[in-house]
Design a protein around this ligand. Sequence first.
Ligand code: FAD
Ligand code: NDP
Length: 314
Amino acid sequence: MADKIVIIGSGPAGHTAAIYAARANLNPVMFEGFMAGGIAAGGQLTTTTEVENFPGFPDGVDGTELTNLFRKQSEKYGTIIHTETVTKVDFSTRPFKIYRDDEVTEAEAVIIATGATAKRMNVKGEHDYWQRGISACAVCDGALPIFRNKELAVIGGGDSAIEEANHLTKFGSKVYLIHRRDQLRASQIMQKRAMENPKIEILWNTVVEEAKGGAGGLQSIMIKDVVKNETKELPVGGLFYAIGHKPNTDIFKDFLDLDETGYIITKPGTTYTNIPGVFAAGDVQDKNYRQAITAAGTGCMAALEAERWLEAQE
Ligand code: FAD
Ligand code: NDP
């Protein structure tokens, strides 16, 4: 017999959906992934240390600890969690089919919460200073004490890079926006914002080659002007990547409508996808906010919408 609801993914969106679905007696089954996309079950928060903007934790909370709490709460209300990565789906007929290699599970409704992965640069030294000065999320980490009143750098030339650089000017003494070309990709309005901010300096035609530091974390980066072919050391206390995200949607692309960058398109204001009975929540359908709390919010919406949809089928 098909399960009522299968949830694919295990970040704040997946677990919030699980908690709501379990409390509605829908006996949800979750596939939490096994190093899916290189990230541990629990999602992106397992790659960070201190989370300071999730309500309920006035002293902050370790990212992995927070995801463990999500998982505990999902299980407490009866979610069955499998530590397996979904490798294929078939949404062409109902019940939907969810594969882990040769094993298949059927579901009347599916909630997709597979998240997105922030792209990394893999520059020399990145591994040593990851989360010790290097981050892929300025909105998440920018306010941490280690970045206060320091010179900081953001890599990228898109809207995210400018948004992050602007955000960081609240905390750092100066922000370098490092872009590999001589033109920004960002929208005109965002470009204007960067140009008019006296605390932002754009380094054009520049790439980062190495991150350097010591016991206290990142201290400087080696940058290269690719036009002049000149390399120099730039002292910075923080380096933020804003070079794009990759939504984890490869296995859904034959069935679901995706936008040009691979995000699942949901009906505005809802978690409905183009296939009735398939819902999407969290970063996999959100390229604007990309926060744990917004992922959790849409996870709640997906469970409520799936519950109502299932009721309407009876
Ligand atoms: P994700 O957290 O992306 O989790 C989805 C998970 O599902 C995957 O990681 C994987 O484990 C699993 N999965 C993927 N594919 C499959 C599959 N095929 N089968 C089974 N399982 C699968 N936000 C904040 O609000 N505050 C912060 O301080 C903060 N800090 C951050 C720091 C870093 C370094 C990063 C990268 C992000 C940070 N964020 C923060 C953003 C936040 O982590 C994300 O917005 C949030 O985790 C998105 O949740 P999600 O549920 O959509 O998916
Ligand atoms: P984008 O793909 O738009 O931009 C990524 C940037 O990173 C590009 O400038 C790219 O350079 C650069 N880049 C990519 N790879 C590397 C690399 N290996 N080394 C150096 N630089 C690199 O991603 P965003 O996250 O900025 O935006 C994604 C989408 O979200 C866009 O549609 C954007 O408009 C939207 N968005 C909108 C916001 C808003 O309206 N407020 C805020 C944030 C995002 P190059 O230009 O040379 O390719």
